[in-house]
Design a protein. Structure first.
Length: 291
């Protein structure tokens, strides 16, 4: 017998790929375990195991083809509720490209891999002109940066005060080094911008892959809980990247423990409702029911 919860459980950050060394050169030797294909058929049994109703598939390559492919996968799998794709925002054709992709109802956001760019990229007029177009199409912008880029990112988000933005992976604090400053100061500053949310994702791969503990993660989670509050935090797995340091179920259990002192309503927001709001999802229109 299957049941359906009133409050959805949403993984707001996962990836799919058909692996090739040429296209996924960022997967280094330490992450060799994920040098293979990861497709919906690999993820669905894991979601059923832990009770996740829907996901958001996020770009892992900066190509038109991948964005098309992710949208095709979303068409084929109702539980892929949305896609954060890549669009060349700095290109003069950005408006036409956004118009093309946004015709697909499951395109929910756009991301450029800013962690691979110099800070000055966030100041470029052409890139900012592209970001300024997103609100016309009802799209979010995912901010993927390293912790050292937070000051530049604060200036960037201030240029777009009406554009919903989501910080990926807490801006990748230096968890393995147990270093919390200046990350903590900067992320608290960023959180003062009400149009910015934050994903509880990508943490275990910033920690010691083999030996991380809940207590290693707690200072960083406590910081974003205090800074963003339960209404602006979103659960994400970063699957399959997370699997080099934790199984999917172990990460879900870790998040549940780290937010376990919050009210049930606040936990529901982090585990699904916030993603539903930020990405304008309709989770149970075509429900992926779980046992």
């Amino acid at each position: 017998m299957t049941t359906k919860r009133e409050s959805p459980r949403v993984d707001a950050h996962q990836h799919f790929w058909r692996y090739s060394e040429a296209e996924y050169g960022w997967i280094n030797e330490a992450m060799s375990a994920i040098r293979r294909d990861f497709l919906p058929g690999h993820l669905l049994p894991v979601l059923d195991e832990v009770g996740i109703d829907a996901t958001i598939a996020v770009q892992a390559r900066q190509t038109y083809d991948e964005t098309h492919w992710l949208l095709e996968l979303a068409d084929e799998n109702d539980w892929i509720a949305g896609v954060v794709g890549w669009v060349p925002l700095a290109d003069p054709s950005a408006h036409e490209t956004l118009e093309h992709f946004a015709a697909h109802s499951k395109l929910k956001g756009v991301r450029h891999v800013l962690q691979g760019e110099a800070d000055a990229y966030m100041d470029r007029a052409d890139f900012n002109a592209g970001v300024a177009l997103l609100s016309r199409f009802g799209l979010t912008y995912d901010v993927l940066i390293l912790e050292a880029q937070l000051p530049a990112a604060i200036q960037f988000v201030d240029r777009h005060p009406q554009q919903p933005m989501v910080l990926d992976h807490l801006a990748k604090p230096l968890i393995a080094a147990h270093q919390i400053e200046p990350w903590r100061t900067h992320v608290r500053d960023l959180a003062r911008r009400p149009h910015v949310s934050c994903k509880l994702s990508g943490m275990v791969t910033e920690a010691d892959f083999a030996a991380w503990t809940i207590e290693d993660l707690r200072p960083y989670v406590d910081t974003v809980l205090e800074a963003f509050g339960p209404r602006r935090l979103l659960f994400g797995s970063d699957w399959p990247v997370c699997t080099v340091a934790a199984s999917y179920s172990r990460w879900v259990a870790a998040v549940r423990e780290l937010i376990g002192e919050l009210s049930e309503h606040e936990q529901d927001r982090i585990l699904g409702r916030n993603a539903e709001t930020v990405y304008n999802l309709s989770i149970f229109d075509n429900p992926h029911e779980v046992d």
